[in-house]
Design a protein around this ligand. Structure first.
Ligand SMILES: Cc1cc2nc3c(=O)[nH]c(=O)nc-3n(C[C@H](O)[C@H](O)[C@H](O)COP(=O)(O)OP(=O)(O)OC[C@H]3O[C@@H](n4cnc5c(N)ncnc54)[C@H](O)[C@@H]3O)c2cc1C
Length: 384
């Protein structure tokens, strides 16, 4: 019987597996394809993960810029992760790996048993659901239309991508007044990811529509996308509910760790994993229910819940903005001091910092936008 069994071998599941193993807990990861490479292009702010090993970083762009109606040089560094390096780092501890698909969990007196789709049964003191948006053991896949961030990207030779702008990470480029923006990342191997991103819509703007917009953007710059090395399709649910009661500890996207207004969760999962493992290890002798409770308390502290509801308010305001307004809003956002920007994007338990950043934005906003930020204007009809 394992001390900790983690369903889901994505980056969050593996981050927690590593942290649990380092605490001396006998840890198992179960995933239908445990060795399948991670394909998503992951970006993080370097201040979110200080001390990240060099092998985990694919590129550290010399500059990070954003455009609302004008250019902003950001006072924070952005990193592109090396997925193979990330996996090597996270899987370096002794962890048992089971190839299989979790289907259900049966709570028992000494922990819980995970039942796989082929009827195998795996018992553990603490069961973790790190299956992403599938939430296989903690509520199931989300039903109905969700608020989503969607994107379509192409990986281009750097020489081609230069036609779109200078060699820098472009966190967002709203120029042109459209409803989606350009995200651009040098990948560190002579290629550049250029992505057309819809920040937040319910339901998400179809990825094929974003592909059409990206091709139009590239064509306007004299590029037809023929030279693309690869494509990337993104769909991130932004309104994942917070975990409810139950005998399972959710983690990663499954635990609602997605920032509702940005879609990011990876850095949060990597940062939280050692704390959650410490909570499990610290309460382990008191029995499985105590360990599960300790893990859940660590994941969603009162401060984290309060910040989450402020972030959701931000998401609501973003969804309410008519075309052209996001560019003006992000001009204000990127004029905030870097510490205030960091508080809003990354200060998951920083309630005073998040509230102060939002108050600063509110004070700086012109009257129409201010009403929208206050939630006094309804969400516009969504059409992408
Ligand atoms: C193209 C793309 C780019 C992205 N870029 C970023 C980014 O730059 N920064 C960021 O923070 N986020 C980004 N995201 C969001 C990203 O998905 C998450 O941050 C990250 O992958 C979540 O990790 P996770 O481990 O929680 O979930 P996932 O990565 O979704 O992993 C879930 C794992 O659970 C496994 N699983 C599913 N069902 C079962 C089952 N029944 N039994 C056992 N295992 C199961 C899956 O095989 C998978 O391995 C991006 C997403 C996409 C699609």
């Amino acid at each position: 019987m394992a001390d900790v069994l983690i369903a889901g071998g994505g980056p969050a599941g593996w981050a927690l597996a590593r942290a649990c193993a380092r605490r001396g807990l006998a840890t198992t990861v179960v995933d239908p394809a445990p060795h399948r490479p991670w394909r998503n292009t992951y970006g993080v702010w370097s201040d979110e993960l200080p001390g990240l090993p060099g092998g985990v970083i694919a590129a550290a762009p010399a500059a990070t810029v954003a455009f609302g109606t004008r250019e902003h040089r950001l006072g924070r560094d952005y990193l592109v992760l090396d997925n193979e390096g990330l996996r090597t780092w996270l899987t370096g501890e002794r962890v048992r790996v089971v190839t299989g698909q979790a289907a259900a969990v049966e709570p028992g007196r000494h922990g819980a048993t995970v039942v796989l789709t082929d009827d195998r049964r795996l018992a553990a003191a603490v069961v973790v659901d790190a299956s992403g948006a599938s939430r296989v053991l903690s509520g199931g896949a989300l039903r109905g239309p969700r608020t989503e961030q969607t994107a379509y990207g192409l990986v281009l030779p750097a020489a081609d991508a230069e036609r779109l702008g200078p060699d820098a990470a472009v966190f967002m480029d709203w120029r042109g007044g459209g409803q989606s923006f350009r995200y651009q990342l040098p990948l560190g191997d002579g290629s550049v990811l250029v992505e057309e991103t819809s920040l937040a819509h319910r339901p998400g703007v179809p990825v094929d529509e974003l592909a059409r917009r990206l091709r139009a953007r590239l064509a306007a710059a004299g590029l037809r996308g023929r030279s693309a090395f690869a494509e990337e399709r993104v769909r991130i649910v932004l309104d994942v509910p917070l975990p409810g009661r139950g005998a399972v500890v959710p983690f990663g996207v499954a635990a609602g760790l997605v920032h509702p207004a940005t879609g990011y969760s990876l850095a949060t999962s990597l940062r939280l994993a050692p704390r959650v493992a410490a909570a499990i290890a610290g309460a382990f002798e008191a029995g499985p229910p105590a360990a599960v409770r300790a893990a859940k308390r660590t994941l969603w502290t009162p401060e984290a819940r309060a910040v989450h509801s402020l972030r959701r308010h931000g998401l609501h305001a973003l969804r309410a903005m008519p075309p052209g307004e996001p560019a003006k809003f992000f001009d204000l956002f990127f004029t905030l001091p870097p510490a205030a920007q960091r508080a809003f994007t990354s200060g998951r338990e920083d309630l005073p910092g998040t509230a102060a950043a939002m108050a600063k934005l509110f004070r700086a906003a012109p009257p129409g936008l201010r009403a929208r930020l206050a939630g006094l204007r309804p969400v516009r009809k969504e059409h992408g």
